[in-house]
Design a protein around this ligand. Structure first.
Ligand SMILES: Cc1ncc(C[n+]2csc(CCOP(=O)(O)OP(=O)(O)O)c2C)c(N)n1
Ligand SMILES: [Mg+2]
Length: 322
């Protein structure tokens, strides 16, 4: 990996972090009226995976989709407008945070019904093969989605048809307030569940962007050579509450110690330390990057706030059910 790629990975993670922190701050104004599920703490997975994809490749996501959308090149202005419910939003203001889409960048969509986008991604991969298109599909989902039956059907079918798809499980250890220990038999890793289907599977550190990048690189190469799907499980941790801008460790479903341990493994700060130490990045570079993101964010927020709401007569147009 060259130094420019290292800097780019850092920039993409920093950008996503700053955007989501801004969303969290602005959420308190109560002008964003949709739920928001933030990926703060989980940025390395979206960035490390998407850095291997081209614009024509497809990705699909779930309720926690801002990072995926942004890492795939989705338009920030239309994302912000969507979260504000404005007609200029990427779903014309009718979807909100959990229904982002940017077809021009291969972001086919996101939906909050847990597991629902997994078979759609498999269908997208099958469609690409049937049309003879060289593109690949990545599906992002959480550990909770592996408990939906549709995950199991989808993996089996993708393997059977040798589809060019990469299954990326972001294992942040929780489904809302339920830890894996109350949802999975003791000692069984999610990786083992996937392996049971015979799909090539790997488990990596989801807070290490380079590790994520490298596992994905192999999976993408394999899929593009026509050798079928791969399952990747990346362990990580969500810093904020399941849904919303706040911290919720006081609720008692997880301990402050656990949270602080994971915070020590901040994917951005640990990578920053590494790059600074190896002189691949300077404090000056970081300041410049921050300023660039702030300017971009200011423009996107102004655009979103100044845009109109959709008119009543548009209510029943462009409505799709998946
Ligand atoms: C089919 C279905 N069941 C339950 C829910 C409620 N729900 C929304 S998000 C979520 C947790 C999903 O956990 P996971 O897949 O691990 O993603 P994470 O939120 O941890 O990123 C649940 C249970 C839902 N949206 N859809
Ligand atoms: Mg989870």
């Amino acid at each position: 990996m060259d130094s420019e790629t290292f800097r780019q990975l850092y920039y993409e993670m920093l950008r996503i972090r700053m955007i989501e922190e801004k969303i969290a701050d602005l959420y308190l104004e109560q002008e964003m009226r949709c739920p928001v599920h933030l990926s703060i703490g989980q940025e390395a997975i979206a960035v490390g995976v998407c850095a291997n994809l081209s614009v024509s490749d497809y990705i699909l996501s779930n309720h926690r989709s801002h990072a995926h959308y942004l890492a795939k090149g989705g338009n920030l202005r239309t994302m912000m407008a969507e979260i504000y419910g404005k007609v200029t939003g990427c779903s014309k203001g009718k979807g909100g945070s959990m229904h982002l889409v940017d077809l021009s960048k291969g972001f086919l969509g996101a939906a909050p019904i847990v597991g629902s986008t997994i078979p759609i991604a498999v269908g997208a991969a099958l469609g690409a093969v049937m049309r003879g298109e060289p593109r690949l599909t990545v599906i992002f989902f959480g550990d909770g989605a592996m408990e939906e039956g549709v995950f199991h059907e989808a993996v089996n079918f993708a393997l059977l048809k040798k589809l060019p798809i990469v299954f990326v499980c972001e294992n942040n250890l929780y489904s809302v307030y339920s830890p894996l220990s109350v949802r999975q038999p003791m000692g069984r890793e999610l990786l083992d569940v996937a392996k049971g289907y015979g799909i090539e599977s790997h488990q990596g550190d989801g807070n290490n962007v380079v590790e994520v990048y490298e596992y994905t690189e192999q999976a993408v190469r394999k899929a593009k050579q026509g050798n079928g799907p791969t399952f990747l499980e990346f362990k990580t941790y969500r810093w904020r509450e399941h849904c919303g801008p706040n911290y919720d460790n006081d609720l008692g479903y997880r301990t402050e110690e656990e949270f602080l341990e994971w915070k020590q493994q901040d994917p951005i700060r640990t990578f920053e330390d590494r790059l600074l130490k190896n002189e691949l990045l300077s404090k000056h570079n970081i300041d410049a990057m921050r300023k660039k993101v702030e300017a971009e964010l200011d423009g996107a927020i102004r655009f979103a706030k100044e845009s109109p709401f959709p008119q009543d007569k548009l209510l029943l147009e462009d409505i799709y059910a998946i």
